[in-house]
Design a protein around this ligand. Sequence first.
Ligand SMILES: NC(=O)c1ccc[n+]([C@@H]2O[C@H](COP(=O)([O-])OP(=O)(O)OC[C@H]3O[C@@H](n4cnc5c(N)ncnc54)[C@H](O)[C@@H]3O)[C@@H](O)[C@H]2O)c1
Length: 300
Amino acid sequence: MDLDGKVAIVTGSGRGLGLAYARALAAAGAAVVVNDVDEGAVKEAVAAVTAAGGRAAGVTAAVGDSATADQLVETAVREFGRLDVLITSAGILRDRVLWKMSDEDFDAVIRVHLRGTFTCARAAAVRLREQGEGGRLILISSPAGQRGNFGQTNYAAAKAGIAAMARTWALELARNGITVNAVVPVAATEMTKTIPAFAPVIEESERTGEPLPAWLRRDEGMGTVDDVTGLITFLASDASAHITGQAIGIGGDRLALWAHPQEKAVAFADGGWSASSIGSAPIFGELETYGIPAPKQPGA
Ligand SMILES: NC(=O)c1ccc[n+]([C@@H]2O[C@H](COP(=O)([O-])OP(=O)(O)OC[C@H]3O[C@@H](n4cnc5c(N)ncnc54)[C@H](O)[C@@H]3O)[C@@H](O)[C@H]2O)c1
């Protein structure tokens, strides 16, 4: 897929999925602004993209601040003359159950994921609207944000908020030809490879160089970071112009379109519902499930 002439910002691209996105976009011809809080990782990422024949500029700064968002857009314009694509992949985890989660744990995760996505998307939207040639906002959400996840109050809230912002901005930016989608990735990275159900299999694959097993890639939709890059490159390209306001899952061999929340069962009572009549309303026949299903390893 050809991204020649396009300019992309990828937040959190010093390592993990963000680095894979930056490399893939550059390999497809885009110039990339690499961003991370880790200065060494930014330098290495820029060097890796450049060594592979791509074009990259680095910005070491923490997303969350408006100043960082402005710096990212300014760098894209100064170094490469324009902006076409923003990918918000920067992220941290501070997992605790609700009753043990501190204000600091909550605020730190909301700041990087939710505020970081908001501030970067706002700065990008201003620039893209000025250019008047459309654009792409690709926001990174998570299964935790779609379903809820034990120990992830802060992260699930931020990632659900990101999917909600994608739907909102898809409405607001449609007239400008700017598409906005949420991507729901699953891949073996520093963030996920310690998950107990996956850790031994990922370690084995890293040790032997063998591919991850088919049950993990298909049933759990868990693969390598490179398995996610095809969707990112597609969404960054002109070929995805008709796709906006969506939450799209990818991982391993699995590609999925997530449903948006909508009314599942409806009942009516003339004059309205009383507290006592609600308990026997027919809408509670089949309650919704919630939470990410526990991984099922064959034979375990
Ligand atoms: N790995 C998965 O399976 C998975 C699943 C769902 C969602 N995600 C999301 O994908 C994104 C990337 O995850 P990953 O697994 O590659 O994680 P990772 O921890 O490997 O990489 C995250 C990167 O973000 C950087 N970062 C942290 N705070 C930052 C900040 N304030 N500003 C700029 N950079 C910052 C880190 O230094 C790191 O390089 C995250 O948003 C994560 O929530 C990952």
